[in-house]
Design a protein around this ligand. Structure first.
Ligand code: F6R
Length: 614
């Protein structure tokens, strides 16, 4: 979950590397550092804290200008986030520098071996061991790439490594296992990064690296091999978004921009899914209709916000496709004994496609011979490569740590999959599927309408900035929405926030209700009368106990008015699709409340965008 950039070419490397780090800071912001090779000499600089601290240090003491360099922005795993533990790490001779994303699991024994061999290690990190291992391997000859391949064969765990050596001043070497690394291909220059956002300002041509591969990057070209040195096949692709998508575009925070982009993101994710025959077609669904007809159980695995999308998927899949569906936190999945068979379809949902918990769950499912379908927002990431089929969401780059537009597009993706399953399995008529897709196609305009009416929600959020706790209640698909509202508030405002199924309240959580406690209630459409009436009773129960009720209900729902201290109206939509409109006020609420408390909503404390460790 750190950000990595490497560059070799004709420009000042420091500018390219620091510019790239600025776009990767979402991956970690505990500390940052750079290394530059100039006149055959290695220079490094690193600072604890955000990139701004490093920039200030570089201004005060600029390193010599060079055209080859690399940089790192860190989310600490081994050792506290201080200057000493910041990357790059260098060997004893000061000629090799290394940056790293991931965890080297056998680092303790490697470190002991190195210390015994006389190496002096200065940091608490696992990364530093690699710099010293490279130092030893370089002594046996063969150059930096050979040394990297030999070192990688000794490492256990997950890692992206990038190294430079003053003995080969035109070469950057990268390696990856279970952790992201992409190559940006330029004209007389080449780039390495954890994410294309780092080099999108310079090139949109990229190469996807596979597992256990080493890349040699020179200004004149790129060579990729496996860890044994055998030439590897690589997949080139063109990035279909440009640099403006990775910038704030006039908003104070990426999160605000990404919330505002949701109507477009939803529309883009729906684009091109309906064929001229009126039937759904899903891209890269490399699982045949025959195989989908044989599926007898679905298990969804995901983490955090993506898990909430999975919870909503369950309702859609069971209702439309008539298939039993379980939803599991990816981090728990492989530690029990999930019952999987070749007729189980495992759907993994991940915005980044790099979340280690999700990848490990997918690998476990693969071993048990289940079919695998990924829902992912990042082309070239690991998840799509490890699944039999993939449905891409088209949210564009999501930079803010808290997921917003990716969540809405994940919902669109799971609705499409549920309807596709209904289509191929014949649990819905073609015209029924088509009618539902047409309703989905109207959702961007509904989301837009919600966004236009958010000022009272922002005002409410500001008025609650002094509170210590907010509860969220929902039923049916409103329950995962309540969980998502609570998660957003926790991660951004650092407040105690809990989401409950409204029916569970009386089984315990109602004891939490006290005078003036803000409770947000997500009310289902009136058309689901039993569900609706039950939640109206729940609102009365909490209000009777002093709660301050904030009610999200469809426009014109007068039945809730008497019990709502604050009423937030959303456009009427079918029950299953309602999360697309009810989630938006909760995102705005959390973002505004956190901002009112003075927090940086793009980079909440202790978090990182992409969690590439288990
Ligand atoms: C919360 C949030 C996280 C992610 C989770 C999974 O706002 O963003 O909970 O949803 O870390 O990430 P992905 O979807 O990339 O696997």
């Amino acid at each position: 979950m750190c950000g990595i950039v490497g560059y070799v070419g004709g420009r000042p490397a420091l500018d390219v590397v620091v510019g790239g780090l600025a776009r990767l800071e979402y991956r970690g912001y505990d500390s940052a550092g750079v290394a530059v090779l100039a006149d055959g000499k290695l220079a490094t600089a690193k600072r604890a804290g955000k990139l701004a601290n490093l920039r200030a240090a570089l201004e005060e003491e600029p390193p010599p200008a060079g055209t080859l360099g690399m940089g790192h922005t860190r989310w600490a795993t081994h050792g506290p986030p201080n200057d000493r533990n910041a990357h790059p790490h260098v060997d004893c001779t000061g000629s090799v520098a290394v940056i790293h994303n991931g965890i080297i699991e056998n680092f303790a024994e490697l470190r002991a071996e190195l210390e015994e061999g006389g190496h002096g290690l200065e940091s608490d990190t696992d990364t530093e061991a690699v710099a010293h291992l490279l130092e030893d391997e370089l002594k046996s000859g063969g150059g930096l790439a050979d040394a990297m391949r030999r070192v990688c064969r000794r490492l256990e765990g997950a890692f992206t490594l990038v190294a430079v050596h003053s003995g080969d001043p035109d070469l950057v070497v990268g390696a990856r296992r279970n952790s992201p690394l992409v190559v940006g291909v330029g004209d007389g220059e080449n780039f390495l990064a954890s994410d294309v956002a780092a080099f999108i300002a310079h090139t949109r041509d990229a190469i996807e690296l596979g597992q256990d591969q080493v890349v040699e990057l020179r200004a004149a070209g790129v060579t990729v091999t496996d860890f044994e040195g055998r030439p590897a096949e690589v997949k080139e692709y063109h990035v279909d978004w440009d640099v403006s998508a990775a910038e704030k575009g006039g908003y104070d925070y990426f999160m605000l921009k990404e919330i505002a982009e949701q109507p477009r993101a939803v529309a883009d994710t729906l684009l091109g899914r309906i064929g001229s025959d009126g039937r759904l077609h899903l891209d890269e669904m490399r699982i045949s209709d025959r195989e989908l007809r044989e599926v007898d159980k679905i298990i969804i695995v995901a983490c955090g916000t993506s898990y909430h999308a999975g919870l909503i998927a369950k309702y859609a899949i069971e209702h439309w496709a008539g298939l039993p569906c379980e939803v599991e936190l990816a981090s728990e999945f492989r530690y029990r004994d999930p019952i999987l068979s070749p007729s189980t379809l495992v759907i993994a949902i991940s915005q980044s496609g790099e979340t280690m918990d999700a990848l490990m769950a997918v690998r476990h499912a693969r071993e048990q011979k289940a079919k695998l379908l990924g829902i992912c927002n990042v082309n070239g990431s690991t998840l799509p490569r490890e699944c039999d089929g993939v449905l891409y969401t088209h949210a564009g780059p999501e930079i803010a740590v808290a997921s917003t537009k990716a969540f809405l597009t994940q919902l669109v993706a799971v609705y499409l999959i549920a309807l596709y399953l209904a289509q191929v399995r014949g649990t819905k008529w073609g015209d029924e599927v088509f009618a539902m897709v047409q309703l989905l196609e109207r959702m961007p305009e509904k989301v837009d309408k919600v966004l236009e009416t958010m000022e009272p929600v922002r005002e409410l959020a500001r008025s609650l900035a002094g509170e210590h706790c907010v509860l969220f209640l929902g039923r049916h698909v409103g329950f995962p929405v309540a969980l998502e509202g609570a998660l957003k508030l926790k991660e951004l405002a650092y407040m105690h926030a809990e989401g409950f199924a409204a029916g569970e309240l009386k089984h315990g959580p109602i004891a939490l209700i006290e005078e003036n406690l803000p409770v947000v209630v997500v009310v289902p459409p009136r058309a689901r009368d039993v569900l609706h009436d039950k939640i109206v009773s729940n609102i009365q129960e909490i209000r009777a106990r002093g709660a301050r009720t904030i009610v999200i209900a469809e426009e014109g729902d007068e039945s809730v008015e008497p019990y709502a201290d604050t009423l937030i109206s959303v456009p009427p939509v079918p029950t299953l699709l309602q999360p697309l409109v009810t989630t938006v006020p909760l995102q705005v609420f959390a973002c505004e409340l956190a901002t009112a408390k003075g927090h940086d909503v793009d980079q909440p404390r202790n978090l990182a965008k992409s969690v590439t460790v288990e």
